[in-house]
Ligand binder design. Structure first.
Ligand code: SUG
Length: 448
């Protein structure tokens, strides 16, 4: 049976702004308080989705969330009408209003961890929503994420959904941003690679000194258990704490894998040789031939990697067996990175590099790979997905018109205090759920 990797991209929400909310994420910190352009951000994301769909890749779209999250503000003690809640928060606790307005759900690589059916004990595709509990503004995403994923993958003969892990730092889980899967073909059993930043229960593991390690070993292990993965199909690796301290807040900022290939920076992991050895042996036991492409620090420094987001790229398999690397514009603007990419495509599996302008998202630390959630599906499973979320030329046109109708082209901190923004957001999302055939997934649609 045919099988595919489907990339579901997060549609940028109408409140996209630069809140400076993510300590340890260099771009988020350094662009704090800049004016944003939500319309441009959504258009840039849609352009990438359309381009990849046009190239023949399977592409879907994941809906944004209701923001400001008034219910979250109410849980923090703000009361009155929705407008009063927003205005009181703006007067008394602006950082909380900013957090409740974040459009961070666009980075759907953090929405969930997904295991394809060929890897799981019950032969279904498993999803665990990520608790994202390292940052308050992201910790409020998972209930809606679960409902949206449930509406996209609703057939329980094929799909199993797990709620987020317990919401404590010991089970910090950032989803697919720290998870890669290697396989010979998408429909065959593969090796799932979990990268964690620290152990919460075993002090023998080193930890970063400056910035938080968002993903714990114990969270990764829990996800593997929930998904029914077998030991011979799982490899765990610790991220090098020194690179977390240089701004590598997720593994997908320093490594990307697809098929039989791992593209990674020399400083990405601890005990790299042992990790690569395990990946090679376990993939071989599934009939695959592991191939590692190491980018030496002499060619690209960790700082270059963080600035350019070279590794936050999409490594995509083409029908002729070669691979395409989708990178952000910032890679072309970095001389060393661009020179490296020129050399990379002259030999080996990566034959072409495609550049996208994703500046609006990049300024908050979200590159091409952050914006997509990969779901490997067999043909029958793909047919069971809610077809309303699969990208087509008509859907692209409809979404573009929808963005132009509802989104502002400028948003600053003062605008977040405007209760009209909530009205605009709800109006837009109500229409979107009809376009994408999602049903009532948002809190405002579910209130009696
Ligand atoms: O969690 N930025 C996101 C970026 C997520 C990138 N995802 C992956 N690497 N997969 C984060 O740090 C910034 C929001 C703000 O500052 O307004 C933010 O949440």
């Amino acid at each position: 049976m045919k099988s595919y990797e489907v990339n579901f991209d997060g549609l940028v929400g109408p409140t996209h702004n630069y809140g400076g909310l993510s300590y340890g994420n260099v771009a988020s910190q350094s662009n704090s308080q800049q004016g944003s352009n939500p319309r441009e951000a959504a258009r840039q994301g849609l352009a990438k989705m359309k381009a990849l769909a046009d190239m023949g890749f399977k592409q879907g779209v994941l809906a944004p969330q209701e923001r400001p999250d008034v219910a979250a503000l109410r849980r923090l003690g703000f009361s009155g009408s929705d407008a009063e809640v927003i205005q009181r928060a703006a007067r008394e606790a602006m950082p909380l209003l900013v957090a409740s307005c974040s459009a961070s759900s666009m980075w759907v690589a953090n929405a969930a961890t997904v295991s394809p059916s060929a890897d799981t004990a019950d032969g279904r595709v498993h999803f665990t929503a990520a608790n994202l509990n390292c940052k308050y503004h992201r910790s409020i995403e998972h209930p809606t994420t679960s409902r949206v994923l449930g509406a996209m993958f609703s057939d329980d003969r094929h799909f199993a959904h797990h709620p987020a892990l317990p919401a404590v730092a010991q089970f910090g889980d950032e989803g697919a941003a720290n998870h890669t899967r290697f396989c010979r073909a998408y429909g065959e059993a593969g090796v799932e690679f979990f990268v964690y930043g620290r152990s919460a229960f075993d002090s023998r593991y080193p930890a970063p000194q400056k910035y938080p390690a968002r993903q714990t070993l114990e969270a990764s292990q829990a996800v593997a258990r929930l998904h029914g993965l077998s030991d011979d199909g799982v490899v765990y690796a610790q991220q090098n704490p020194a690179v977390i301290d240089q701004g590598v807040f997720h593994n997908d900022v320093i490594a990307v894998g697809n098929g039989e290939v791992l593209f990674y920076h020399e400083d990405a992991f601890l005990e790299t040789d042992a990790v690569l050895g395990q990946l090679r042996a376990k993939l071989a036991s599934k009939g695959g031939k592991f191939q590692a492409i190491c980018v030496p620090r002499a060619a690209v420094t960790v700082e270059d990697a963080v600035r350019s987001y070279l590794f936050n790229s999409q490594l995509l398999s083409r029908d002729d067996g070669s691979m395409l690397l989708v990178v952000p514009e910032e890679c072309r603007n970095n001389e060393r990175v661009w020179a490296y990419l020129g050399q990379l495509t002259r030999q080996g599996p990566v034959r072409e590099v495609k550049v996208f302008d994703l500046k609006q998202s990049m300024q908050n630390g979200g590159g091409p790979a952050c914006l997509r959630l990969r779901v490997a599906l067999k043909e029958t499973e793909l047919a069971a997905v809610n077809q309303g979320v699969i990208m087509t030329a008509p859907l692209y046109d409809t979404l573009l018109q929808w963005v132009d109708k509802h989104y502002r082209d400028r948003l600053g901190e003062a605008d977040l205090a405007d209760p009209q923004l909530l009205v605009e957001c709800r109006t837009a999302l109500d229409e979107l759920t009809q376009i994408l055939k999602l049903g009532s997934v948002y809190p405002f649609q579910r209130q009696p």
